[in-house]
Write a protein that binds this ligand. Structure first.
Ligand code: CDP
Length: 258
């Protein structure tokens, strides 16, 4: 790790300078945080699982035409990504009420929403990532109208695809958070692409039959078995070669470095 220049250290990931200009290396740590980092722990193997799960999801989304920052996995904990200027928004998409939406609006956790809902939070840890309206985004210039339209369209498409993908392995996609970045073009313009990660750290995933939580809520709510739940998700996706799951006999991922 020390061979590369560190660009940024977040709560669960570190970004290093990449081997070529315009690239970065994204390193997945085992650290888990919740409630704006008031709660912290190290979960053995979480980084390895999230590296693999996020790779799998980004590749599938790339196949349906969503532009992503993912280039290739480098090793157990690192992936090569395109360098982008992160848009300072957390885009949340919800299908079933949970977490802050349940608290804020008094909707019982688990209630199916009338339709998928997209929300925005400002990426500001010091303020606890406050919920904001589109009006704020426009007024403060955090994204242009065109960028916001693209982000919303991509988010709904990602939601449609991922709901189906997870349904196929017996998992409900309750909600998820994604981030987008601006990728510079040669002509001086830019393209908005999916960045960051998509993993059980950033999604709520419930077993379709039992509603058992297979995501970071196991950590947030002290339910135990966090790594086991992430392993279950990876296994059902067919990512773990050993222990292929009965839910995903045809979803085996081609792996060439381990
Ligand atoms: O997770 P929490 O209850 O604090 O907030 P939420 O607004 O209910 O979270 C909605 C979804 O976004 C969940 O899947 C969270 O895991 C995810 N999220 C995230 O990945 N990072 C954040 N800073 C906030 C939410």
């Amino acid at each position: 790790m020390s061979r590369r220049k560190q660009i940024y250290e977040g709560k669960a990931k570190i970004l290093f300078e990449g081997p070529e200009p315009g690239t970065l290396v994204q390193y997945f740590k085992d650290d888990a945080t919740a409630f704006n980092a008031q709660k912290k722990a190290t979960l053995d193997g979480k980084g390895i699982l999230n590296n693999r799960i996020s790779e799998f999801v980004m590749l599938r989304l790339g196949e349906i035409g969503i532009p992503t920052h993912f280039i290739k996995r480098l090793n157990m904990r690192e992936q090569l990504i395109k360098e982008v200027e992160i848009i300072p928004l957390e885009v949340i998409c919800r299908n079933i009420a949970a977490g802050t939406m349940s608290k804020r609006l008094g909707i019982e956790e688990g209630e199916k929403l009338p339709r998928s809902i997209v929300e925005f939070c400002l990426k500001r840890d010091d303020l606890g990532d406050p919920l904001i309206a589109e009006e704020h985004i426009h007024a403060f210039g955090w994204a242009t109208h065109a960028e916001l339209d693209e982000m919303i369209a991509m988010t709904l498409r990602i939601n449609d695809y991922l709901q189906g993908m997870f349904a196929g392995i017996g998992i409900k996609l309750v909600d998820f958070k994604i981030e987008f970045g601006r990728l510079a073009n040669e002509d001086g313009g830019h393209q908005v692409i999916l960045a960051d990660e998509i993993s059980p750290d950033s999604c709520r995933l419930w077993d379709a039959e039992t509603d058992r939580k297979l995501d970071k809520d196991r950590f947030r709510r002290d339910l135990g078995g966090v790594t086991e739940a992430y392993t279950e998700v990876a296994s059902r996706l067919g990512i773990l070669k050993e222990n292929q799951n009965k839910h995903a006999p045809n979803l085996s991922v081609v792996s060439n470095d381990d």
